[in-house]
Design a binder for this molecule. Structure first.
Ligand code: ZN
Ligand code: ZN
Length: 382
């Protein structure tokens, strides 16, 4: 079938809307008509060439939409189901079998190769294959092909156009605190960076019952937003050494530090903010792929410090996304406060807004170009 996709052709280039042919669905695949897609920092890093992906290619990995067609082997969903699409994993490796698909041994091949595991491409145009299957989806388009393991059913009462970001950015931040750290009630945390992942970590820390939640963020409006969603303190890094500002709040140092910046100097401040048996979580793709963290050995040993790399907030999407949706519906996880909605046709504007920081989490909605019955998007009013 034909779909309209926003295609990136060159590193650093703008996205062009093009007609693309989609192949499938094969027996184990699902055809989804998209309602919305979030823009994630990983899309930006891939456009910038920091992460590898074949070009021309279709990015986008926080999609939500409606099932239009399923292959003969698919049992998890049926046509008409509302779903969110998350990252791809194999289901067969040691990590997947242990319920830790974010560390799937085939993660890079399944999420970044731009083709199916057999080397065929889901998408093509007059010039040949178009890089697709980005995070098992490529949802900067009106339709996509995905698989059962990538998708989570969205309940009727949950707004479908909000569901996509739960599949990557939001679950990464919230999951870091709720799953990777499993931060206990009463614990303290410093979050470095007040973007969508950092502020999702703040929301996760509130859910966990952390009593000291410190956000380090240079932009005043983001510090204010952090405080409005549950941060107990918001630090301006320009106001003095971050570790000194943190220790003015928690003299012994914090239990957890979560870095969303990938900036080595910020990571050093994060390490120096940790107390005994503190844990530093790393999640950001640095702008320099060769970035290195200098770990002070004696201090790290004596304090019993843990440095932990985190992918997708250690999420098992089948378990964690429904948990986040329930928390949202209960009013305990208001991640929509981070969202700026734009029409899909404004995708380049949306990417620019995400890049320059004027928006925290852009969600592109297909409404303008392709009107959807509102009943599909909004909670039912009975
Ligand atoms: Zn696996
Ligand atoms: Zn992402």
């Amino acid at each position: 079938m034909q779909t309209t996709a926003a295609v990136v052709r060159t590193i650093g280039g703008k996205l062009d809307f093009e007609q693309v042919t989609l192949d499938g669905p094969r027996p184990d695949e699902i055809l989804v008509e998209l309602v919305a897609v979030g823009v994630c920092h990983t899309d930006l890093a891939t456009i910038a060439g920091t992460l590898p992906f074949p070009m021309p290619g279709i990015l986008g990995h926080e999609g939500s939409g409606l099932v239009r067609e399923v292959g003969s082997d698919v049992t998890k969903v049926k046509p008409g189901d509302r779903l969110a699409v998350s990252f791809a994993s194999c289901g067969d490796c040691v990590a997947c079998l242990a319920g830790e698909p974010a560390y799937c041994h085939s993660f890079m091949a399944l999420n970044y190769a731009g083709v199916r595991p057999d080397g065929s491409s889901v998408a093509s145009d007059s010039g040949g294959a178009v890089g697709s299957s980005f995070f098992g989806q490529s949802t900067f388009a009106t339709h996509e092909i995905t698989k059962e393991r990538n998708v989570v059913i969205v309940p009727e009462e949950f707004p479908l156009e909000r569901a996509g970001p739960l599949g990557c950015g939001i679950q990464t931040g919230a999951g870091a605190v709720m799953r990777s750290f499993a931060a206990p009630a009463g614990s303290s945390i410093v979050v470095l960076g007040g973007g969508s992942v950092g502020l999702s970590a703040v929301l996760g820390a509130v859910v966990q019952g952390c009593t000291t939640i410190i956000v380090v963020e240079p932009v005043a409006s983001r510090r204010e937003l952090a405080l409005s969603i549950g941060a107990t303190h918001a630090i301006d890094p320009a106001a003095g050494a971050v570790e000194e500002q943190v220790r003015a709040i928690v003299a012994d140092g914090v239990n957890f530090a979560f870095d969303t910046t990938g900036i080595p100097a910020v990571l050093t401040s994060a390490l120096n903010s940790l107390g005994n048996q503190g844990v530093l979580g790393l999640v950001a793709i640095p702008s320099d792929p060769d970035s290195v963290l200098a770990l002070p050995l004696i201090q790290s040993i004596i304090l019993g410090v843990t440095v932990k790399g985190i992918v997708e907030g250690d999420s098992d999407p089948d378990v964690f996304i429904p948990e986040l949706m329930s928390l949202y519906l209960a009013g305990r996880f208001p991640f929509d406060k981070l969202v700026t909605t734009m029409p899909f046709s404004d995708i380049n504007k949306g990417i620019e807004a995400q890049h320059d920081g004027s928006a925290i989490k852009v969600v592109l909605v297909h409404l303008a170009a392709d009107p959807w019955p509102r009943r599909l998007l909004r909670p039912r009013i009975s």
